[in-house]
Design a protein around this ligand. Structure first.
Ligand code: HEM
Length: 228
């Protein structure tokens, strides 16, 4: 077996893959959040629609999107492989285990939190991504250029209380998943130097609060706006 194959089939190799794909997905979240913040611009969705058009038609971004889908799939598959492996290695569990004392609630429930995010993603992609690529999204013209009016699709989706509420709940799940996943990725990659780890943990917590909070503010804002 080659060195690379050997690393991939080891537990640490699988954890490294989880960490690298996780950090890549985190970088996607920053880009996606920055673009979506254009939804708050008071221009009837022009900036957001033009941004979405660029993101879905630019050839380089389309290639990055394919890498992103692959990143999501690999992250999910390796999480399943690792949890099956852990179950096989310890089918009965330790008699004296005190999980509450030895690990945090988040670290023990990363799988469940990940599943919540996966369900969120499937529903999210169906609502926006699928509609944009295969559905019938209304169009708008800006300076003679006709683009999909995704802003109207987002506004309509978030005017439904259950849909907006589902997003807020999913973002709480995302917050917990990130608050453990972010720093633990650094630890797996061996970047857990005594000097830097407290700072990485602080940045991780800040990221896990701010990013999901800003994402959740979108459905909340548009739901409240729809009541007016
Ligand atoms: C809550 C506010 C959010 C809004 C308004 C929103 C909106 C959108 C829209 C309009 C699209 C389709 C256009 C595009 O492909 O760029 C999209 C795609 C996508 N969203 Fe979101 N999103 C939100 C949150 C999230 C979150 C929290 C995640 C991940 C946990 C996420 C993951 C994705 C993914 C993976 C795609 C496909 C991207 C691609 O095809 O390159 N979104 N989102």
């Amino acid at each position: 077996m080659s060195w690379f194959k050997q690393v991939l089939s080891s537990t640490i190799g699988k954890k490294i893959i989880m960490s690298l794909t996780g950090l890549f997905l985190i970088s996607f979240l920053i880009v996606h959040l920055s673009g979506n913040m254009l939804l708050f611009k008071d221009d009837e969705g022009e900036a957001f629609n033009l941004y979405a058009e660029f993101m879905t038609t630019n050839p380089l971004i389309r290639i990055i999107s394919i890498v992103l889908y692959a990143g999501i799939i690999i992250h999910v598959i390796y999480s399943l492989i690792l949890s099956l492996h852990n179950k096989k290695a310890r089918p009965v569990g330790y008699a004296e285990a005190r999980p509450q004392q030895n690990s945090s609630w988040k670290s023990r429930n990363m799988g469940i939190l990940g599943l919540i995010i996966l369900i969120f993603l499937l529903i999210h992609m169906r609502s926006f991504w699928y509609e944009m690529h295969f559905g019938s999204v209304p169009t708008k013209s800006y300076a003679g250029v006709e683009v999909d009016d995704l802003y109207t699709v987002v506004v309509a989706a978030f005017s439904q209380w259950w849909y907006a509420g589902f997003y807020v709940l999913a973002m709480i799940g995302l917050a917990f998943h990130l608050s453990h996943g972010f720093w633990s990725a650094f630890q797996t990659l061996g970047l857990n130097h005594r000097k830097f780890m407290p700072m990485i943990k602080k940045i991780s917590l800040l990221f896990a609060i701010v990013v999901p909070l800003l994402f959740a503010s979108m459905p909340v804002y548009f739901f409240i706006k729809s009541l007016a």
